[in-house]
Design a protein around this ligand. Structure first.
Ligand SMILES: [Zn+2]
Length: 333
């Protein structure tokens, strides 16, 4: 891991300025919070399977969220040994192709399965709350289901929308994120949802969180996804029902051909057009318009990387008490 000064990047100045306005002098004694505000950690690809035995949950309200914002990191972590699951919280009934709502739901469910396959995720769980109506859902009920999954799957790490991301418009995004945030620590409690424990599950804390956002965010981790970019592209090409990716490259190629034009970057086949469009237009050239976030290449360039994703990362904090005892304890009497 290589640390760089947060202030060196103009990309995140907006987020930093918002974060620095008030009160942070009070929390400088907490090393993790100081890291979040002062530095960015660059997470690079590592060889071997350092995460063997660990479990991640990629959690998204809609079938295109993880592909657009975190698929490179999911693919990277899976290749480094994680076992992964995909949890989708809505039924995606409001977005994309289909003559009826039921068709839209089915099309998105199929896409979501294809996303999991493209990223090497082992199984999909669909909570199927109604799309765009998640602020109607009982958070208690949803939290109970999320905690059940975290305990059953023994989830160590989650990737999800940032529950504290600013200016998020979609209630599905912030409701899901807030429930995930609370479920991560509550899953460790021995008195929360005790019937799950009676049923054979054990309390289990989620240790690591990678939060992504469409608006200003405290970014403290840049993940090098250069080795996983083609898998990220594949996960986005899988989303044919909704979102900016899917088969839009082939569509653009056809529209240009009708005007007797072509873009060389799209190649000569529909398949290559879809891949290249996602890689160079959706994730790069027109990213701000199509995804609402800076290009993955621009994010990487600021840190000397080819392709990168940005997160607010929260990891475990080690207790220093044992060290204090070793250094300071004296014999009784
Ligand atoms: Zn979404």
């Amino acid at each position: 891991m290589k640390r760089r000064e947060f202030f060196g990047s103009s990309l995140f100045v907006g987020a930093l300025a918002g974060a620095n306005q008030d009160g942070h002098a009070r929390v400088q004694a907490n090393p993790q919070r100081a890291t979040q505000q002062g530095e960015v950690v660059i997470e690079r690809a590592v060889s071997g399977k350092p995460h063997a035995g660990k479990v991640l949950a990629a959690i998204q309200p809609h079938s295109d969220d993880i592909p657009l914002f975190a698929a490179g990191t999911v693919a990277k972590l899976i290749s480094e040994g994680y076992t992964g699951y995909l949890i989708r919280t809505t039924n995606d009934e409001k977005a994309g192709r289909g003559a009826t709502m039921a068709e839209v739901v089915l099309n998105n469910e199929r896409d979501n399965d294809a996303v999991a396959k493209a990223l090497g995720l082992k199984k999909v769980f669909n909570l199927n709350y109604r799309n765009h109506r998640m602020d109607d859902v009982s958070r208690q009920e949803m939290r109970g289901r999320m905690i059940y999954l975290f305990r059953m799957l023994k989830v160590d790490t989650v990737l999800c929308y940032d529950p504290w991301g600013h200016y998020e418009q979609n209630p599905d995004h912030y409701v899901t994120a807030q429930v995930v945030e609370s479920a991560c620590w509550m899953a460790a409690g021995s008195r929360d949802y005790p019937e799950q424990l009676e049923g054979g599950l054990q309390p289990h804390a989620v240790q690591e969180r990678y939060y992504f956002a469409r608006g200003p965010q405290l970014v403290n981790r840049i993940v090098d996804i250069t080795g996983a970019i083609d898998q990220k592209v594949a996960a986005n090409v899988a989303n044919v029902t909704q979102g900016p990716a899917g088969e839009n490259g082939a569509g653009l190629r056809a529209r240009l051909a009708a005007r007797k034009l072509r873009l060389p970057i799209l190649g000569t086949e529909d398949e290559s057009a879809n891949r290249q469009y996602v890689k160079y237009i959706v994730l790069d050239y027109d990213s701000q318009y199509l995804r609402g976030v800076p290009s993955d290449r621009e994010v990487g360039r600021a840190y000397g990387l080819e392709w990168a994703e940005a997160f607010h990362y929260i990891g475990p904090i080690e207790s220093r008490l044992e060290q204090y005892i070793r250094e300071n304890a004296v014999p009784l009497g």
